[in-house]
Design a protein around this ligand. Structure first.
Ligand code: ACO
Length: 440
């Protein structure tokens, strides 16, 4: 079978699939987006020609229409609702960006104030949910706790699970964004054996989170404004990223009309893997394993060795084949945080910067367009601020909740949405007779 371009007929471009095997052909419409590559509408391919398409990892497949986030991986561009990430990270804040993702426009002063108040009012969790934590081992990974506790929200908030009711959907949205920092900080406090800290509406979203993480009853806690801003910037940069693995997981779970808490728990599970959100934790483990800058060449050589499964964590990206624009912003933020804390010359950070320098100059990494990604710098920032590496992926899950839930809303409102059900190329046995036990 071959596909060939066909000139425009009328105002619709088409592409013709020519099936030489069965001597048949089919015109498929080419749909144009606002920006980015056009897409070939293959919906009638199976019906008309009895073919599936084959695209493991969905590298060439658009799974939906979306108006939320745009990425141009070749040019290193990331935009939410048309606004560039560089402007949002320097001029906006996480609460405003969440509003933008959810509702499509920047809020006016009153809209922002109401939204923020609403989110803060829903930051407390049900007291009964606190008992859940006691069921976990103290050394449980916080992401394991996040998957469990966020999924368990479905058992507590029955009044926000009817997805056909816009009011309930809104309530679930606000609850998820509001409670996520609380649930995350509680996972940390539980691990270190300190009392849970209740949220405070007096502080900003990130200031409150830092307080729930790092304050203890015996001392007053005032968030450091530089660190508070750095975390807010990190949250803005992680708020959404188009149809990545965890977002697609949320959409797929939601396509069966599962409740929003279950869908977000599914997204957290998907985010956990080291090839996705787990990479920032893996970066730190790798830096500790490298240990000294003299050993960098050894690890670079391993990363290039086809027989060695080792990869340089924090380098490379499925979509960005130029530079990850979020990494650029975070690189500056990392410098601000390290100098604010007076630890810019700590060996681990010197090692990270040396690794970045060497990898950026190395022919293999240049040729394969493997640049430091957002996880490379987020790991450094979070380590410097005192977050244990097990919390790094949690720090990704908190802000990504705003993106997941925005994408979930968009999916539910999409008139062409159906339950997600990919097909397969079957390569197993053909039909055969059952073999009884005594003949095996
Ligand atoms: N170190 C060494 N080589 C690498 C790396 C790396 N980090 N990443 C990719 N490569 C090589 C691959 O071996 C492959 O080489 P080949 O063409 O000779 O076979 C080539 O570059 C392309 O790699 P793919 O795995 O095909 O690229 P893909 O787009 O599927 O993978 C991924 C992207 C998963 C992010 C990959 O670069 C990786 O594993 N990086 C390390 C983990 C990481 O940092 N993940 C965070 C991603 S960002 C995020 O989730 C927010």
């Amino acid at each position: 079978m071959t596909a060939s371009d066909k000139p425009n007929s009328g105002n619709t471009d088409t592409i013709t699939v020519i099936d030489n095997k069965n001597n048949q052909r089919l015109d498929l419409d080419i749909l144009t987006g606002e920006m980015g590559p056009d897409v070939i509408d293959i919906r009638k391919l199976y019906h008309d020609l009895d073919y599936f398409t084959y695209d493991p990892g969905f590298t060439s497949t658009a799974s939906c229409d979306s108006a939320i986030t745009y990425i141009d991986g070749e040019k290193g561009v990331l935009m939410h609702r048309g606004y560039k990430i560089e402007e949002l990270s320097s001029q906006s804040n996480f609460i405003e960006v969440s509003y933008l993702l959810l509702y499509g426009e920047l809020p006016n002063e009153q809209e922002l104030a109401e939204f923020e108040k609403d989110v803060k009012r829903h930051s407390l969790v049900d007291e009964q949910l606190i008992r859940f934590y006691n069921g976990f081992r103290r050394d449980a990974h916080p992401m394991a706790i996040m998957v469990g506790v966020v999924g368990a929200l479905s058992a507590f908030y029955h009044d926000s699970q009817d997805i056909s009711d816009p009011k309930q959907r809104h309530l679930a949205t606000i609850r998820l964004i509001g409670k996520m920092p609380t649930i995350a900080a509680m996972a940390y406090k539980y691990a270190i054996g300190q009392p849970f800290v209740y949220p405070s509406s007096e502080l900003s979203y990130t200031g409150n989170f830092l307080r729930m993480m790092f304050s203890v009853p015996a001392e007053d806690y005032v968030p450091n404004p530089v660190l508070e801003r750095a975390i807010d910037c990190l949250f803005v940069l992680h708020a959404d990223h188009e149809q990545n693995a965890s977002t697609s997981t949320v959409r797929l779970a939601g396509s069966s009309q599962a409740n929003p808490f279950a869908c977000i728990a599914a997204g957290i599970a998907s985010l956990w893997g080291p090839a996705h959100g787990g990479a920032n934790e893996a970066v730190l483990k790798m830096l500790i394993e490298i240990g000294h800058k003299d050993r960098i060449p050894e690890f670079i050589a391993r990363a290039k060795d086809k027989k060695d499964p080792f990869r340089l964590m924090g380098f490379g990206h499925r979509v960005y084949k130029n530079y990850d624009p979020r990494a650029k912003v975070l690189r500056d933020s990392a410098h601000d945080v390290l100098s604010e804390l007076g630890i810019a010359d700590q060996p681990l950070f010197e090692l990270a910067l040396e690794l970045e320098k060497i990898a950026l100059e190395d022919e293999y990494f240049i040729k394969k367009k493997l640049f430091p990604n957002v996880d490379f710098y987020s790991g450094i920032i979070l380590q410097a601020m005192g977050f244990p590496s097990s919390m790094f992926t949690v720090m990704f899950a908190i802000p990504r909740t705003a993106g997941w839930i925005s994408q979930w809303h968009e999916m539910l409102g999409d008139p062409v949405q159906k339950i997600g059900r990919p097909r397969q190329r079957y390569i197993g046995h053909g039909p055969r007779e059952y073999v009884s036990m005594d003949e095996r």
